[in-house]
Design a protein around this ligand. Sequence first.
Ligand SMILES: [Fe+2]
Length: 328
Amino acid sequence: MATNVDTYQPITLPLDAVKPTTQASPPPPTTSPLSSNSTTVTINPSIKAPFNAIRSLFDHLYTNPDTAKELNATYPRRGILKTAATHNTTSDQKFTIDISGPRCALMPEAIRIALAPHGLPEVLEFFNTVSTTYIPPVLSHLNSLSGLDLHSVHRDYNVNLRLADYNPLTASPDSLNGCGAHTDYGTFTIIFQDGTPGLELEEISPCGKKTWAPVPGDATVILTGWCAVILSGGRIKAARHRVRRMPGVRRLSAILFLAPDLDVPLAPLEGVEPVRAFSELVMEGEMKVGEFKEVMGKRWRYREGNEEMEGGRGQFDQDAEIERLIYA
Ligand SMILES: [Fe+2]
């Protein structure tokens, strides 16, 4: 994998709850293709996700609802611990903890102290290390695949960090639907898994036949999203995926999402000749990344059971809707 870590100035994430204690930067990861989509790869990170800490954090919040309530009150717009699957049988059957730099900055000291013995410091340190160590080389890898300069539109570290608990104790314990089929909105996603299978990638054969290919449960995976497709004029393909549950089996994952800076017009980068026709909205750069996130966010929050959709469910397919928006 091509890297230019030496020439990149890493930006420190505002996850100041815990400073990284890693003294030496781990070596950049090597990648290997995971599917016929050359931008979907596995990496061999030198750090492991702290799944004991992640399990501890979820379990503590489930059994201490007052603490969970206080945590969610730090980001009242949408909360941090999402548990819609405790009562919604048709949504994704998972629980999540969504954190980011701005959300961490809002977290009162009392909450940090309360959660310190229950995994929060390990989780924040992990994400900090992953962000500063792996975002630059992965962007460089995508640059080498597509001939772009993606660093120029990722200066703010627009990162979201998610812990996912595919827990048997949801409203529909026998449901196989851990996470419905979709493509992520941003540039790329790094998924760390606890060894339990369930993640699947959509494969499309040369004759157009679609199948789901399981990913090994211990693989760490990089998936590309819609913003990468648009910025590259279609040179980078999106990685559609889903998570299937095994009834009675708990599965944990830790996910880092990177998107372009929110004020970047979402259009093919300067000098890029698109390989397929995009809509006028995209080609004229009339939609910024932040606006695109709002459009997509409504759909993924509906799929995850955290928000109703205006006008009901309708013809719901998140990716089909995005395709109508961005392609001519
Ligand atoms: Fe996803």
